[in-house]
Design a protein. Structure first.
Length: 91
């Protein structure tokens, strides 16, 4: 079993009100020196079997059609790590 991570972020030209709100709050909380914040989404997919080119292509299609709004968002797909089954989980 493997974990594939899909990170979705607004395109740079799209305003990010949530990121701006966080960025404005940071100095009030004592965190200086942060000039910009962008907020995004992270999806972790547990994949049964090997993550070969076909599996990655399928996950890319999933991200493009379901996880991201490609008009205003970019996304990346990457294999993060092998995942060990939980103790007592069915194999």
């Amino acid at each position: 079993m493997a974990r594939v991570v899909v990170d979705v972020m607004l395109k740079p030209e799209i305003l990010d009100p949530q990121g701006q709100a966080v960025q404005r709050a940071l100095p009030r909380l004592g965190f200086d020196g942060i000039s910009d914040v962008r907020q995004g989404k992270r999806f972790e997919l547990e994949v049964d079997g090997p993550v070969d080119d076909a599996a990655l292509a399928r996950i890319h299609e999933l991200a493009e059609t379901f996880l991201a709004n490609t008009v205003i968002e970019n996304f990346t797909v990457k294999v993060e790590e092998a995942v060990e089954p939980a103790v007592g989980a069915e194999k």
